[in-house]
Design a protein around this ligand. Structure first.
Ligand code: EPU
Length: 419
């Protein structure tokens, strides 16, 4: 079994470069199924969720050539089956994007129920509602989702909940539909804009992505024949920003879009950290114990749930008591039990947690319950006195490229050990 071993405390100092966004990449890859031809995708993060997405595409008939470890050329001219392998699709969340893409391209698809981080109930009713409104017939049975449509016809879809996944999936299903589809109450995350930009580069006609009303004018075909570069990862950038604050460090975070980081910047300033914004890079430093602050996670442009655990480490070390209210996921406080093993004083009740700040954390063996919990535990291990062993690395490897190397390059004493 692999574990990460960290010895601290260490103030993180230096430069770190941000990889392509996981949550954009895992949607853009299935979106290539809409293309009857070839395209090249660059700035792909080298993470296990991307490799899994590529394996699923290959099983459907796509031909993938790796140009570098961050760039692929993919030929989706020849789709040979409408049944995606159940064992692969049920391993991660974003496999549900195969449904929107294949419904649009082939009018038929069967996939396993999506897996992914265990963050509480993760229904897909809004995805299904969108597909059905476009004219598809969707059946969920025996751990499988089967969707079929003779023809998809554009319509008006109001999302009852702001959902990243449902917005992207309905967008994918509408690209080749007849007429115009309007998605109302759409999610506005940077990766939604990135997927729309990718599809438009390949020949789609999508307008309004990044606002809460997206209009998709159906086109007959996507020709591809273009190159697209995935947007930098907002959450990875935010993870390093918060690592700089928690460790009382000083980091230059390169290759990010600082506009996507405004809610994090605002909270860092509120807790007493410093931020210099250069548009495509950001300098974050903190030379004192952070102040307390209250956080409520919200869809973009609110404070992202995917940075809540990392912010939790900052607040567990803050001066005073802070409150985090998690409004997206039911079970996003599992990491607090692990931080408490390291000396934090956190009481989590349902979707609210109280962080009574402590002066220091101490190393302990801890278990990562999900991807962002894993990132938070690495930050905690950097800040803690003594040795922290982090287990369940498969979660972290799903979404962060070269995480230990990136942390090591900015001063962390971190190594991966095979026990
Ligand atoms: N929801 C429904 N019905 C639906 C869809 C969603 O009730 O049909 C609810 C969810 O239960 C949740 C809320 O709506 O309470 C928002 O869920 P959303 O659909 O936005 O989440 P998702 O698409 O499943 C993506 C990211 C998550 C991130 C959330 C929120 C991907 C692959 N995953 O999930 O990322 O937490 O958006 O921003 O894009 C991560 O990267 O660590 C991660 C978990």
């Amino acid at each position: 079994m692999e574990k990460l071993v960290l010895t601290g405390p260490t103030p993180l100092k230096g430069e770190v470069s941000i990889s392509g966004a996981k949550n954009a990449a895992v949607a853009i890859l299935p979106a290539t199924l809409l293309i009857d031809g070839i395209c090249t995708i660059e700035n792909l993060p080298n993470i296990s969720d991307v490799k899994l997405s590529c394996e699923i595409l290959e099983s459907l008939g796509a031909k993938i050539t790796w140009n570098t470890k961050h760039s692929i050329t993919i030929d989706t001219s020849n789709i040979i089956t409408t049944k995606a392998p159940l064992d692969l699709t049920s391993k991660f969340r974003a496999s549900y994007y195969i449904i929107g893409s294949m419904l649009s391209r082939k009018g038929d698809i069967e996939v396993g129920m999506p897996g992914g981080c265990k963050l509480g109930a993760r229904p897909i009713d809004q995805h299904i509602k969108g597909f059905e409104a476009l004219g598809a017939n969707v059946i969920v049975e025996n751990g499988k989702i089967k969707a079929k449509a003779k023809k998809l016809i554009g319509t008006h879809i109001y999302m009852d909940i702001v959902s990243v996944g449902a917005t992207i999936n309905v967008m994918l299903a509408s690209v080749l539909a007849e007429g115009t589809t309007t998605i109302d109450n759409a999610a506005k995350e940077p990766h939604i804009v990135d997927v729309a930009n990718f599809l438009n580069t390949m020949g789609a006609d999508i307008r309004g992505a990044g606002t809460d009303v997206i209009k998709i004018n159906g086109v007959k075909k996507l020709n591809g024949n273009s190159t697209y570069s995935v947007v930098p990862d907002q959450i990875e950038a935010g993870t390093f920003m918060l690592a700089a604050v928690a460790s009382k460090g000083d980091l230059y975070i390169k290759n990010c879009i600082t506009k996507h980081l405004e809610s994090i910047t605002a909270k860092i300033i509120e807790v007493g950290g410093n931020v210099e914004d250069y548009g495509d890079s950001i300098h974050v430093w903190c030379d004192k114990r952070p102040n307390k602050a209250n956080i409520k996670t919200l869809p973009y442009p609110g404070f992202p749930t995917d940075l809540q655990p990392q912010m939790g480490v900052v607040l567990s070390l803050a001066n005073g008591t802070s409150i985090i209210n998690e409004s997206i996921w039911d079970s996003r406080f599992q990491y607090t039990e692990e931080l408490n093993k390291m000396g934090a004083k956190i009481t989590a009740q349902g979707k609210t947690a109280f962080f009574e700040g402590v002066k220091k954390l101490s190393g302990a063996p801890v278990y990562s319950s999900d991807l962002r919990a894993g990132a938070a535990l690495i930050i905690a291990g950097v800040c803690a006195e003594g040795t922290t062993d982090i287990y369940n690395l498969e979660h972290i490897d799903r979404g962060y490229e070269n995480i230990e190397e990136k942390f090591r390059n900015i001063g962390a004493n971190i190594k991966r050990v095979n026990e």
